[in-house]
Design a protein around this ligand. Structure first.
Ligand SMILES: [Zn+2]
Ligand SMILES: [Zn+2]
Length: 178
């Protein structure tokens, strides 16, 4: 699958929070999650599984009563996930996320504003030094994810939150990955 770049606003370049960085691939610019943590400080980026050539975000997910590991693409707005199990995903399936190391819950209240999605929970991933967090909608297949950084003007975090490289619902499921 090709990465499709959405434009990163110029004003954002000077205020990129720690934990995110800009990368260039094929003359295009992407935002990449470089370090992200559970609420207890475990680094969720792993070198053992690369997606699109970069370390992925390792999570423990519970989907329809099944629990297993998932590796999420660290490219901002990508929805590529690799699962260590084959979850049964129906329409509107909700996921629950945990730290794969201390197993603490990553879930918090979040009102999804995506049309057609009425989710009230999200999975929060913490940026370094309490600068803020990334919140991902808990509804599987909903592409909503927001950047919640109080030091950055709201309009900017909104436009970053709107970036979706692959569009809605184009998730790749792969089974059997340990
Ligand atoms: Zn942890
Ligand atoms: Zn949603």
């Amino acid at each position: 699958m090709e990465l499709i770049s959405n434009k990163i606003p110029d004003e954002f370049r000077t205020v990129i929070p720690r934990g995110l960085r800009l990368v260039h691939k094929n003359d295009q610019e992407f935002l990449l999650v470089e370090s992200i943590f559970c609420p207890r400080g475990h680094n969720l980026l792993v070198d053992s599984v690369h997606i699109h050539g970069e370390p992925s975000i390792k999570l423990e997910l519970m989907i329809n009563g099944q629990k297993g590991l998932a590796f999420i693409d660290a490219f901002w707005g990508s929805h590529v996930k690799l699962f260590s199990f084959l979850p049964e995903c129906g329409e509107g399936t909700m996921l629950e996320g945990f730290c794969p190391y201390c197993h603490c819950s990553l879930m918090e209240e979040y009102s999804c504003h995506r049309e057609g999605c009425d989710s009230h929970t999200g999975m929060a991933l913490q940026l370094p030094s309490s600068t803020g967090k990334v919140i991902v909608c808990a509804r599987l297949g909903c592409p909503a994810h927001i950047l919640d950084v109080s030091a950055i003007p709201h309009e900017l975090t909104e436009s970053i939150s709107g970036i979706n490289f692959f569009g809605a619902g184009t998730e790749d499921l792969f089974g059997g990955l340990e």
